[in-house]
Design a protein around this ligand. Structure first.
Ligand SMILES: Nc1ncnc2c1ncn2[C@@H]1O[C@H](COP(=O)(O)OP(=O)(O)OP(=O)(O)O)[C@@H](O)[C@H]1O
Ligand SMILES: [Mg+2]
Length: 449
């Protein structure tokens, strides 16, 4: 016999409590507990006496893994080469960012049977979207359904190789009294889909919503269940969208896919450096070009800085697309090692194009941009700056230096400032003047005119 009782579950991490809590003790998010009915099963003491199967690990005789290509190069790269049969991929993202557009465009290019299940739009609305996105693929079957049991039986019967569920928040299982979108429903529906994916050897793409308030369960709790978690992100005011892998059981999590949203859907951005630099104002202080590795790809980006005297006691520091704490450290380094009085200045740093960088290799470019705007001197606009800055003001070596230099040379830059320690690892000669430096001060002397 099982009985139901009310529990409070954190919508961001799934922590359970018998009473309501304002702050989750596990993930520390506020106001995230929702009331849910949870079935409690009595644990039986009877031992299992049935049969089971165990097999040997035989890696040599396994056939080469066959991936299902979405035929969207940016998407396939983030997935690690395509969709793995028998796996579940979760795509999360803010409302309206373009999740449904991305999965529909992927469905249109997949060369195998696809079942597109939607609980959010009617058949008519889907057709209107498909027409706008110019989707013509005989192999796509569409189903508007939210009942999981019906969806599962459709998958069992039609055996598509790829299933798209848009979205997991609208899917529900009748056995549970909880409303669709609650943690229990999301968790149960996903694990049943996962089991079916393994059994039928089909790939399932699940769309999940993220809400900041946590009123509807976000896909955080699903991250442990599924094989791959992709995040589709972008700034509302920009048309660029970035697809990033947060977890991938079958590929690297370093790769990103860059898209641009147009009227007729998402377009792949195959030359991101050119696009991110296209709107650059050349004769302006506080602008420096750097190179960041996004997975295996180098991308040239513009770092912008604005330094203004602070009218109040507490100067502001704002970083967009760059780590705020890293900015504070770099400001302290500039103050102490380069003798720049920045403690009474407001400092704003922005990575142009709405992209976010978590790489220390852009440190030196951030320092140069701040120093350039503070001193009013323009940074040489034909130069690229790369290097990690240490607390002593020293410039440390970075990874993939050859690829970064190649990209800078390809885009017509004349000079590249690199950490001196990276010099010995250079083998190929590019058509660019390489300037090795050891510390922040020599970089500033080199770049500011
Ligand atoms: N008719 C249109 N013309 C141009 N762009 C459009 C049009 N309709 C939608 N879009 C673009 O597509 C975006 C919405 O895409 P989509 O519906 O795929 O997002 P989503 O992430 O699935 O949203 P939701 O969270 O609501 O499901 C809009 O923000 C807009 O940029
Ligand atoms: Mg949608």
């Amino acid at each position: 016999m099982s009985k139901s009782r009310v529990k409070y579950i954190c919508s961001s991490c799934g922590y359970e409590s018998l009473r309501w809590l304002g702050k989750c003790p596990s993930c520390e998010s506020w106001n995230s507990f929702t009331e849910e009915l949870v079935e409690e099963k009595k644990s039986g003491k009877k031992k299992y006496s049935g049969d089971f199967s165990i097999s040997k690990l035989i890696s040599e005789s396994i056939q080469k893994e066959e991936r299902i290509k979405t035929n969207i190069a940016e998407f396939d790269r983030v997935l690690g080469g395509g969709l793995m049969p028998g796996s579940v991929v979760l795509i999360g993202g803010d409302p309206g960012i373009g999740k449904s557009t991305l999965v529909m465009q992927a469905a249109s290019k997949i060369n195998t049977d696809v079942l597109y299940v939607t609980g959010e739009e009617s058949i008519n609305q889907i057709n209107i979207r498909a027409k706008r996105l110019k989707v013509v693929n005989e192999k796509i079957s569409v189903m508007t359904e939210t009942d999981l049991d019906i969806i599962l039986s459709a998958i069992e019967k039609h055996t598509p190789e790829v299933v798209i569920i848009d979205s997991i928040q609208t899917t529900y299982k009748k056995d549970f009294d909880n409303a669709p979108g609650t943690i229990t429903q999301i968790r149960e529906c996903t694990s049943e889909l996962m089991q079916l994916a393994k059994k039928k050897h089909c790939a399932i793409l699940i769309v999940g919503h993220v809400t900041k308030e946590g009123t509807i369960a976000g896909p955080k709790v699903l991250e442990h269940i599924v094989d791959t978690v992709l995040q589709f992100e972008g700034e509302r005011s920009y048309s660029y969208r970035i697809l990033r892998a947060q977890k991938n059981r079958f590929g690297s999590t370093n790769e990103i896919g860059i898209f641009e949203m147009h009227d007729d859907g998402l377009h792949e951005v195959l030359n991101p450096s050119e696009i991110f630099l296209s709107e650059r104002e050349k004769e302006i202080s506080g602008s420096v070009i750097t190179s960041s590795m996004e997975g295996t790809r180098p991308i040239l980006l513009e770092v912008q800085a604005l330094v203004t005297p602070s009218a109040y006691g507490n100067p502001q520091r704002v970083a967009t697309g760059f780590d705020y704490r890293r900015l504070s450290i770099l400001l302290a380094v500039l103050e102490k090692r380069a003798d720049l009085r920045l403690s009474v200045q407001n400092v704003f740093v922005n990575i142009a194009g709405g992209i976010r960088i978590d790489e220390p290799a852009v440190d030196l470019a951030v320092c140069c941009a701040i120093a350039s705007n503070f001193s009013g001197k323009i940074a040489k606009n034909d130069a690229v700056v790369i290097g990690e800055v240490g607390l002593g003001g020293e410039v440390r070596s970075v990874s993939n230096i050859e690829k970064r230099i190649q990209e800078a040379a390809k885009l017509g830059f004349k000079k590249i400032i690199i950490p001196a320690n990276n010099l010995k690892s250079l083998k190929k000669k590019e058509n660019i003047n390489i300037i090795p430096i050891n510390d922040v001060n020599s970089a500033l002397k080199e770049i500011l005119v």
